[in-house]
Design a protein around this ligand. Structure first.
Ligand SMILES: Nc1ncnc2c1ncn2[C@@H]1O[C@H](COP(=O)(O)OP(=O)(O)OP(=O)(O)O)[C@@H](O)[C@H]1O
Length: 542
């Protein structure tokens, strides 16, 4: 994992060795004392043993605490750095890239990162258990080589069996993770469509029965398969251990003429190994799932990174001159493949000059929003391109180019603060609140709207005010007036639009308000993906 620095890794390995080593020290101490007791009786126990014992306990407490603290710190910073990383990548990724991955980002942030963080907390116990097993094996070899070789063969056999079965379980865990993605998709649909569901509970019932319940059933069967597989593995491993202990206790010691004290010592350590192996077995499923989550996060990070990165934000007006024209030349764009029933626009040729007001109309689904999205740089054209003052906008300049537009989308999001504005012009704000007749309803305190719990029409007015305060040279409005009442719609087209034009804004508006088409300097019509300029005669007859 890239988040785990080499120096941190070395520190964890060292601390795990220390922690595992202390447990092993305790074990050998007890084993020694038992040996002394068996051969020399209680008289053999002196003060040195007590001191040694206390020292081991202190060492144990110290190493565990230091290791626990280090791992808690690590897991918490891992948790937040992964969250920050993903949000950062989300903010850096382009629109098309992200649109298709929203659910994956959600699951990664909610589930995968938690899974990984929890597993990282278990790593201490896991690493300590492995170190204890390794140390015990070495110790067992010094006590009795034949018994060690028998034990080692059983351990190797158990591990191979485990590995063999784990592959199948791993597939089931991967399947579980895919089911979780599907679950999240429908869960988001329920949250997003809650109002519709509330109005007609049958809808909710259907989503529940046809989707959620089925995913749940599939998940239960799948998880059952995975966990039963793991349990079988654990039982097989434990049974093999019990058989080994039984064989040593009841047969090998006598058959191979091994001193009873050595057999006892050996078994004592073997039992300790058994408990550590159980710890490993219990933690392994979590770690396996964490591995899958980690792979998922890595893939998401790679996917968000691999596609063309956005260029640095530069001042395009400084680099390529003040805005004069924006044009689309032979621009085409296609949604989906032909097999999926694709939709395409273009080739589109379009130019807008500084101070111009352009309206675009056309039937539903004709491609108005798609074209404007391509013109804004949200969608990358399949061929042709967009030009700023005659310069082709390449990927490197795409973000700087998009920043020239103040936009209110038809499915806009109203932020509670003016995140896009460094220095808020209070006078302008007060003026616009009055112009848009919303000053009695909303105030701005500390750069933040007093409320965003407003009607759609009112929220759209605030969204437009925000765009105006950002003072971008171009303003793009997608059916902005559709939610306004007739009085305000008239005010918008006949008073506000001319005033904004006067103030220097260049406006592109998608609109169905044919009554006000004459308020535009230029009118375009979108028909099945083809953009047609209405002739001036048409405009004058409206
Ligand atoms: N994200 C998408 N993925 C695939 N196809 C899409 C997507 N968004 C839109 N489309 C397709 O593109 C076509 C044009 O959609 P667009 O939103 O551009 O139409 P529009 O002219 O703005 O319509 P409206 O007036 O209803 O807003 C639609 O027929 C739709 O099927």
């Amino acid at each position: 994992m890239s988040q785990l620095k080499f120096s941190t890794l070395i520190r964890f390995i060292f601390l795990s060795f220390l922690s595992g080593g202390t447990s092993f020290l305790f074990l050998t101490f007890v084993n020694r004392v038992i040996g002394q007791l068996m051969t020399q009786g209680y008289g053999a126990i002196n003060q040195t043993y007590t001191l040694l014992f206390l020292l081991i306990v202190v060492l144990f407490v110290w190493t565990r605490r230091v290791l626990a603290l280090a791992i808690i710190r690590f897991s918490q910073s891992l948790f937040w750095s992964l969250r920050k990383d993903i949000i950062f990548l989300v903010l850096k990724s382009n629109f098309q890239q992200l649109s298709s991955r929203k659910d994956l980002v959600h699951t990664a942030l909610v589930r995968d990162i938690n899974m990984l963080t929890n597993a990282s907390l278990n790593i201490i116990q896991f690493a300590t258990a492995i170190i204890i097993v390794a140390a015990c094996l070495v110790y067992m070899a010094t006590v009795s080589l034949p018994l060690f070789l028998v034990s080692l063969s059983v351990i190797v056999l158990a591990t191979l069996l485990y590995q063999f079965n784990a592959r199948r379980n791993n597939e089931a865990f991967k399947q579980a993770r895919a089911l979780e993605d599907r679950f999240m998709f429908y869960f988001n649909a329920i949250l997003g469509g809650f109002k519709e569901i509330y109005m007609d509970t049958k809808k909710g019932r259907r989503i529940y029965d046809k989707k959620i319940a089925r995913i749940a059933d599939e998940s239960v069967v799948n998880q059952e398969t995975a966990f039963v597989g793991l349990l079988n593995n654990q039982i097989t491993g434990q049974t093999m251990f019990y058989l080994l202990i039984g064989a040593i206790l009841l047969y090998c010691g006598a058959a191979w003429n091994i001193a009873p004290t050595d057999t006892v010592s050996f078994l004592f350590i073997l039992l300790y190994v058994l408990s550590s192996v159980e710890t490993i077995m219990v933690l392994l499923p979590n770690l396996l799932q964490a591995k899958i989550s980690s792979d998922r996060i890595a893939k998401l990070q790679a996917d968000l990174l691999s596609e063309k990165p956005l260029g640095e934000l530069v001042d395009l007006q400084q680099a390529l001159g003040d805005f004069e024209t924006i044009s689309a030349r032979d621009l085409t764009f296609q949604y989906g493949s032909a097999a999926q029933g694709s939709f395409e626009i273009g080739p589109v040729n379009f130019t807008i000059s500084r101070g111009e007001v352009v309206f675009i109309n056309g039937g539903n689904g004709s491609g108005k929003t798609t074209f404007v999205s391509a013109l804004l740089g949200l969608l990358l054209p399949a061929s042709g391109g967009v030009y700023y003052n005659g310069y082709l906008i390449d990927e490197q300049h795409s973000q700087s180019y998009s920043a020239l537009f103040g936009v209110v989308f038809s499915d806009f999001y109203l932020f509670d603060e003016f995140y896009g504005i460094d220095q808020l012009d209070e006078d302008k704000l007060a003026y616009y609140l009055r112009l848009f007749e919303i000053d009695a309803k909303v105030t701005v305190e500390n750069g933040r709207f007093s409320t965003t719990h407003l009607s759609t029409g009112q929220r759209k007015r605030l969204a437009l005010i925000t765009a105006l305060l950002e003072a971008k040279p171009l303003l793009v409005l997608d059916e902005w007036a559709a939610d306004q009442d007739p009085y305000f719609r008239k005010k918008f087209y006949t008073q506000i639009v001319p005033e904004l034009k006067e103030a220097g804004f260049t406006i592109i508006a998608i609109t169905h308000d044919d009554k006000y088409y004459t308020c535009a300097d230029t009118l375009y019509k979108m028909e099945y993906g083809k953009l047609v300029r209405e002739e001036e005669e048409v405009l004058s007859t409206l």
